[in-house]
Design a protein around this ligand. Sequence first.
Ligand code: MN
Length: 205
Amino acid sequence: MAKVFELPALKYAFNALEPAIDARTMEIHHDKHHAAYVTNLNKALEAAPEWYERPIDEVLRRLNELPEGIRTAVRNNGGGHFNHTLFWDWMMPGEAKMPVGSVAKAMDATFGSFDSFVEKFSAAAMGRFGSGWAWLVLDNQKNLSVYSTANQDSPVTDGHAPLLGLDVWEHAYYLNYQNRRADYVKAFWSVVNWDVVEGLYLNSK
Ligand code: MN
């Protein structure tokens, strides 16, 4: 039997990101929402089990090679699996930090300043109507870019490398913030793991 996709363990406790993100939200988000994406991805790929062997980012880059009947399910649930796997690692307990190293320099060169980047990324997060994600990516021309996507659509499908992403589905914040998405977006900056962002930038550059 082919190896299937698995839910990765969180590397910190559910309550580690408080007060920015509460423990109950983290538990449901990881153990229920992310788990469901993995289950449904595996179920969809029963129709094309050879894809279990490929890394999930490769599956998402090659969506149009999948049987048409499962393409939407894999796009949604495979995207959900990939995006959330990164999302957990983009956050860490502790004090707010600034971006470091070469990604910090690139952000200054592209956006003018870190504050301008934060403004642009936050606007993308706030401007996404309904469910989706805000992104900082390295695009096909190796330029930094900020935008949002709908649902679980992932930048990798367009050949972009995600460097930082923020889940703006209501399930990511509703228990604690209700309709106050802006407060959630603001709190996110206090838990970003900039070392991970730098590592992804160096790998993708
Ligand atoms: Mn989510």
